[in-house]
Design a binder for this molecule. Structure first.
Ligand code: HEC
Length: 139
């Protein structure tokens, strides 16, 4: 009986050792930061840098999540997406989204609009540009 038990126990230990590293991003990605370029960016031509945004934003019209839908966001006023409960700070900001304001926003939302509910930015200028190009294509 003992040898059989050993052969069962070994794979279980192996699984237990590996199980902790699961992240809800993507299982196909290599063991590297979640922003790594992924060959199949699932639904669209979104740049890799947009993967971060997806955890809070959809790009489908009318589909709000933790953040508002980003469909057609370029050219609109901040805090204007229907059906989304914006922070008073963003609503009152008076910002209109264009390349310039989006670039400032993505450098640090809380710096641009203190009190906003969006707390992460994109420090890398290249990635910001990719993300903004993509946002402009959502029409
Ligand atoms: C952790 C969640 C989260 C992530 C990640 C996130 N956002 Fe946001 N975003 C929000 C929330 C929440 C708001 C609403 C902020 C408010 O009401 O103050 C928002 C608002 C925005 C707005 C303003 C929308 C409007 O109608 O005024 C833009 C543009 C935006 N996000 C772009 C992005 C982009 C691009 C990324 C990826 C680089 C991103 N966000 C990542 C949560 C997130």
């Amino acid at each position: 009986m003992t040898p059989a038990r050993l052969t069962i126990a070994a794979p279980l230990l192996f699984l237990a050792a590996c199980g902790g590293s699961d992240q809800d991003t993507s299982e196909t990605a290599p063991a590297s930061p979640a922003t790594a370029t992924s060959p199949q960016a699932s639904t669209s031509n979104a740049p890799a840098a947009f993967a971060t945004c997806r955890s809070c934003h959809s790009v489908e019209p009318g589909k709000n999540g933790v953040g508002p839908s980003l469909f057609g966001i370029v050219g609109t006023k901040a805090g204007d997406v229907p059906g989304y409960n914006f922070s008073p700070a963003l609503k009152a900001s008076g910002v209109t989204w264009d390349r310039q304001t989006l670039d400032t926003w993505l450098q640090g939302p809380m710096k641009m609009v203190p009190g906003t509910k969006m707390v992460i930015g994109v420090p890398n200028p290249e990635k910001r540009k990719e993300v903004i190009d993509y946002l402009e294509s959502l029409k």
